[in-house]
Design a protein. Structure first.
Length: 119
């Protein structure tokens, strides 16, 4: 449905560290960055600190291949000192098999890893 998403961040380096830390366990690596232009991308997701208004109150959910990847996403973030917004677990309020975990990025956005566990 979308081709790519970019969110504007306050602190480029802090956000680049956060997303590199939590997206690596999901198999996403930093594929593009330009420190001069202050943009970095992991596949179809990017951050920028380019003087435009900062993204606020955003919820981004990244796909995980399995529950263990969701756990690894959350553990990597917690171990690096990022704020928890929901430990790994099934969220039946969404649907049976919905397994997710949530962290806050440096700007307070709700960042999730989810595995739907559908056959």
């Amino acid at each position: 449905m979308f081709d790519h998403v970019t969110i504007r961040v306050t602190d480029f380096e802090a956000s680049k560290r956060f997303y590199t830390t939590v997206l690596t366990p999901l198999g996403a690596s930093l594929g593009f960055y330009d420190d001069e232009k202050r943009i970095a991308a992991w596949g179809d997701f990017a951050i920028a600190a380019d003087g435009k208004p900062v993204a606020q109150n955003v919820h981004v959910a990244f796909s995980a291949r399995d529950n263990a990847a969701v756990d690894a996403f959350w553990r990597a973030g917690i171990d690096a000192g990022y704020a928890d917004n929901g430990s790994p677990g099934e969220r039946l309020v969404y649907h049976a098999g919905y397994y997710g975990a949530f962290l806050f990025d440096p700007d307070g956005n709700n960042i999730e890893a989810v595995c739907h566990n559908r056959s």
